[in-house]
Ligand binder design. Structure first.
Ligand code: ITT
Length: 199
């Protein structure tokens, strides 16, 4: 069976990818299988640059195919913040959520989107990147305890629940990560002969 490492230190992402790739004929490894892998410094200016750097460095260090995602929340009325700084916006999830809500005080426009860019690296080079998004709005106060990060304040369009009020299964049907994975799997299906020879 082909295997691939998901290059992330975020265990919530690992769990989501396990579920999103459950039906695929691929064994998913994580950085827990490579505990000495050095941390990748995210100094890119875009989700794509950061995802590519994470995938390439882990692919080269572990000497196996790898993929990474760089993801985040873009809030329209905040000029796209926190964006690529989503994980660094404040020190804890609760503080990050509070900062978004505080910065939105008095603003009518609560539109936001989650973005996820997946980069796949094979033989030490990025072969392709895939962007997924989910549009929605920021609610007035956090609701729910599932998921991670900004999930308690993000309500996807067409639903009356935040991501943190949804089951993993519900979130994984519509999330930015799920949409990026769909594009990646379509690409892999089309290019399967290339991957077969590389794996
Ligand atoms: P890795 O870089 O090791 O993958 P990370 O958590 O630092 O882990 P990112 O740099 O991609 O990952 O930052 C993503 C941040 O965006 C994440 O920490 C959350 O704060 C937020 N985020 C991304 N996807 C999310 C989701 O599905 N639900 C809630 N918040 C999310």
């Amino acid at each position: 069976m082909a295997y691939i490492v998901v290059a992330t230190g975020n265990q919530h992402k690992v769990e989501e990818y396990k579920e999103l790739l459950a039906d695929q004929n691929v064994e998913l490894k994580s950085l827990k299988d490579y505990p000495n892998c050095p941390e990748v410094i995210e100094d890119g200016k875009t989700f794509t640059e950061n995802a590519s750097k994470k995938a390439v460095e882990v692919c080269r260090y572990c000497d196996v195919p790898a993929f990474a995602d760089d993801s985040g929340l873009e809030v329209e009325a905040l000029g796209g913040e926190p964006g690529i700084f989503s994980s660094r916006y404040a020190d804890t999830d609760a503080a990050r959520i509070e900062k978004v809500l505080k910065n939105l005080e008095g603003k009518d426009n609560r539109r936001a989107r989650f973005v996820c860019v997946i980069a796949i690296a094979i033989n030490g080079e990025v072969i392709e990147t895939f962007e997924g998004e989910v549009k929605g709005s920021i609610v007035d106060a956090p609701r729910g305890s599932n998921g991670f990060g900004y999930d308690p304040i993000f309500q996807p369009d067409g639903y009356d629940k935040t991501f943190a009020e949804m089951t993993d299964e519900e979130k994984n049907k519509i999330s930015h990560r799920a949409n990026a994975v769909k594009k990646a799997l379509e690409f892999i299906e089309d290019e399967m002969s290339i991957l077969d020879s590389e794996f």
